[in-house]
Design a protein around this ligand. Structure first.
Ligand code: NAD
Length: 339
């Protein structure tokens, strides 16, 4: 069995090596991301394990002729070409549910940063030394309405947290679960109703063809004036230009993002311009991201919502379970969902 891990830190490699307990003839750890421009010299691995910064597209899949399993140490799997993998009968494993609380807690971090202007206060003191609260008045979450787009594992946890804050909750989901809605005390509504009634909107759907630009320049106009929107799911679920416009028009009073549309670009902008053959729409999105970064009532973090000690350990444990079950039974324990 030959296994190659990518985007992995030295302490994680040690943990994997210690926990794997499999007869592995070749176990390689590469800190860098895997993509077509960054292929390793040895490409005989039967199993590769990646994280969200890698792009496992058709060229990468073809570059590993012996590939039988791809695991991603993440809940999202939109960085892997599922169709090509399926056509080549390569199994796909992922990590469901490692970070229900982890990501939901972070979403509330962004919400509070905006609702109480916490970053602005810190920045003022650091930059100017002024210890005053002029212009830093925020609003209470208690009694406000939270709209949760995608009430799955993370979304449900966000709902529980919101209840602790004394918020009313509305949810929009393709597969409503009325029993849980009753237990937790929230209501499912249409997306349009959620947008028009929520004071705070938090997005937790996966990135799928059906969720691309779920928030877009048309329906963003339906958002209650002065609401704040937080996205910790995937950047392209909310159309970047629509966010810029909604902020400019005063529809949105604040935006908190842990993910950006085309976030791979911002990690290597020079490479994108020099070698990326960007299309006009990619360039527009890249520019719109910079506009957002420079907008005062916007807070952006670098895809960090998953990043706690506990969550990473859970991620590695699940990835190891996937690899072990494949090695022992030919099936991954947590296969990437078909749809
Ligand atoms: P989940 O599968 O448990 O929940 C997703 C929910 O979205 C489900 O209830 C599903 O029914 C709903 N949904 C799917 N398609 C929909 C559609 N078209 N319209 C309405 N609802 C739809 O997933 P999760 O564990 O809660 O994770 C959600 C997403 O969060 C992941 O897919 C991933 O992209 C993202 N995530 C981000 C980070 C981060 O670090 N920022 C970390 C983990 C996960």
């Amino acid at each position: 069995m030959k296994i190659a891990f990518f985007e992995i830190e030295p302490w994680e490699s040690e943990y994997v090596e210690y926990k794997l307990g499999l007869p592995v003839s070749d176990l390689r750890f590469t800190p860098g991301k895997l993509n077509v421009n960054n292929l390793p010299p040895h490409r005989d691995a039967e199993i590769i394990s990646v994280f969200v910064g890698s792009k496992v597209d058709v060229d990468v899949i073809h570059a590993f002729p012996n590939l039988k399993l791809i695991t991603t140490r993440s809940t999202g799997f939109d960085h892997i070409d599922r169709q090509i993998a399926g056509a080549k009968e390569i199994k796909l494993g992922y990590v469901p549910g490692y970070g229900d609380n982890t990501v939901a807690e972070f979403a509330f971090g962004l919400i509070l940063t905006l609702s109480r202007k916490i970053y602005d206060g810190i920045d003022r003191l650091r930059e100017t030394g002024r210890f005053n609260y002029d212009g830093l008045r925020g609003f209470d979450l208690k009694g406000k309405t939270l709209g949760v787009i995608g009430a799955g594992r993370i979304g449900m946890h966000a709902i529980k947290i919101a209840k602790g804050f004394g918020m009313d909750v509305l949810a929009y989901d393709a597969f409503p679960n009325e029993k849980i809605a009753q237990e937790l005390g929230f209501n499912y509504v249409s997306l349009e109703e959620l947008l028009s009634r929520s004071d705070v909107i938090t997005i937790h759907v996966p990135y799928l063809p059906s969720t691309r630009h779920l928030i877009n320049s048309e329906n963003i106009k339906k958002i209650k004036k002065g609401a704040i929107l937080v996205n910790t799911s995937r950047g392209a679920v909310a159309e970047t230009e629509a966010l810029v416009k909604a902020l400019k028009d005063g529809i949105l009073a604040g935006v908190g993002l842990d993910v950006l549309e085309e976030e791979g670009v911002i990690q290597d902008e020079a490479g994108f311009v020099l070698y990326g053959h960007p299309e006009e729409h990619n360039l527009r999105t890249a520019l719109a991201n910079h506009v957002l970064i420079d907008t005062p009532n916007v807070v952006i973090t670098p895809h960090n919502a998953f990043n706690t000690k506990e969550a990473i350990q859970r991620i590695l444990d699940t990835d190891i379970e996937n690899i072990k079950s494949f090695a022992e039974k030919g099936e991954v324990k947590y296969p990437v969902p078909e749809k």
